[in-house]
Design a protein around this ligand. Sequence first.
Ligand code: DX5
Ligand code: ZN
Length: 216
Amino acid sequence: MPQAKIAPSLLSGDFANLAAECKRMLELGADYLHMDVMDGHFVPNLTLGPPIVKSLRKHTDAFLDCHLMVSEPEKWVNDFARAGASMYTFHIEAAEDAGALIRRIKDLGMRAGIAVKPATPIEAVYPFAAQLDQVLVMTVEPGFGGQRFMPHCMPKVEALRARYPSLDIQVDGGLDLETIEQAARAGANVIVAGSSIFGADDPKHVIDGLRQCVLA
Ligand code: DX5
Ligand code: ZN
């Protein structure tokens, strides 16, 4: 099983103080900073794009884990690479040629990930798994923070872990100190959490607790 990585989702942070939010999360032990990119088309919400990644990059060396919830993910690869994104995770449902897109992402020096929505069978990523740095199994419908974890997505994580013992498997949506148990047991090791970390009185306790559960 690969290393545990905790990725606070900045979607639940203060967008007017992102540099400070990043610094705070890193000091509390975050491994990645998860950045949710939404285009109002692939999902019914709008968030951030390359200019924000670029601005943030000037303030931090952190691993910027960009989750592209956009139609035509091919369009933005160059801009995110230039802005300083570390990981470019696109949705398989939106990609025209996932294999070609993975190659472009890597040629530009970023790590490559594929995300699957709750209704998308996990078999869809198998042809690309060997080329990927990460597979993101969504545990809510993408678009908004603060939704309830969907336990019925766990068999997809289990199937993926059984097939790829050393792959980074990320889960995103509704993860907290309760739901983490199911996700960790299924084999997830990269944990995105927005509202449970940013909304906590003691966010360090949540980050530590999520990590311990993955390591257990
Ligand atoms: C949802 C996003 C998530 C979101 C998670 O579409 O991909 O990253 O910020 O938020 P919580 O942890 O609050 O479900
Ligand atoms: Zn996300």
